[in-house]
Design a protein around this ligand. Structure first.
Ligand SMILES: Cc1cn([C@H]2C[C@H](O)[C@@H](COP(=O)(O)OP(=O)(O)O[C@H]3O[C@@H](C)C(=O)[C@@H](O)[C@H]3O)O2)c(=O)[nH]c1=O
Length: 192
């Protein structure tokens, strides 16, 4: 696996190290040892699949608060997405900065999202599937989100939004929830 750290410390693009032969290729998609070697938590509590029928569909920007904060290893297995992550670690020099990456079924790249990040994506083609492993169990009481169109975040989505859930549309702007985000995402809360 080929690990490339993004400008957000601990967030990595992970590419396949393809061993090709006349049949095609073989590549590791996850390895506990390689994750540990790069300082990543090699824990998988859930493996999830999401299927999206329409181009322009947007899911995000989601996170769970500690102690249920999740790491995510996100891949696009059919079609293509723009995947965006936002650093919500209050002590981080890149707090509220984001990274945007195209993941598609041809590049088979994955994005490793550390804990205490918000995550979302927009679908670039019809019939696009994502597959992602999560380091913590789904905990509805700990889940929250940021608005995909929050002016404070300045996220650039490539397409008009065609489909978005009512839950995602109802997220409040950061200026209303930032005190809570900073308190509940603090290192002290993450370590507790
Ligand atoms: C995330 C999740 C949802 N669900 C249920 C709740 C609901 O009935 C249905 C759909 O849930 P959602 O609308 O939250 O699904 P979705 O909007 O696809 O949520 C996902 O979005 C991306 C961007 C992420 O980062 C993921 O971690 C996850 O939050 O599935 C589970 O049972 N387990 C899970 O782990």
């Amino acid at each position: 696996m080929i690990f490339t750290e993004t400008k957000l410390k601990g967030a990595f693009i992970i590419d396949l190290d393809r061993k090709t032969d006349e049949r095609g290729f073989f590549a590791r998609a996850f390895c506990q040892n390689e994750f540990r070697d790069h300082g990543l938590r090699p824990v998988i509590a859930q493996a999830n699949i999401a299927s999206n029928a329409k181009k322009g569909t947007l899911r995000g920007m989601h996170f769970q608060y500690p102690p249920a904060a999740e790491s995510k290893l996100v891949r696009c297995t059919r079609g293509a997405i723009i995947d965006i992550i936002v650093d919500l670690r209050p002590e981080s020099p890149t707090y509220l900065e984001h990274v945007s990456v195209e993941l598609n079924a041809d590049n088979m790249s994955a994005l490793y999202v550390p804990e205490r990040f918000a995550h979302g994506y927009q679908v670039l083609c019809y019939n696009t599937d994502t597959s992602y492993q999560v380091g913590e169990f789904y905990t509805p009481s700990a889940e929250s989100g940021l608005r995909h169109d929050d002016p404070r975040l300045g996220l650039k989505w490539p397409l008009p939004v065609s489909v978005i859930s009512s839950k995602d549309q109802a997220f409040r702007p950061l200026y209303e929830i930032e005190d809570e985000v900073k308190r509940r995402m603090s290192l002290a809360m993450a370590a507790a």
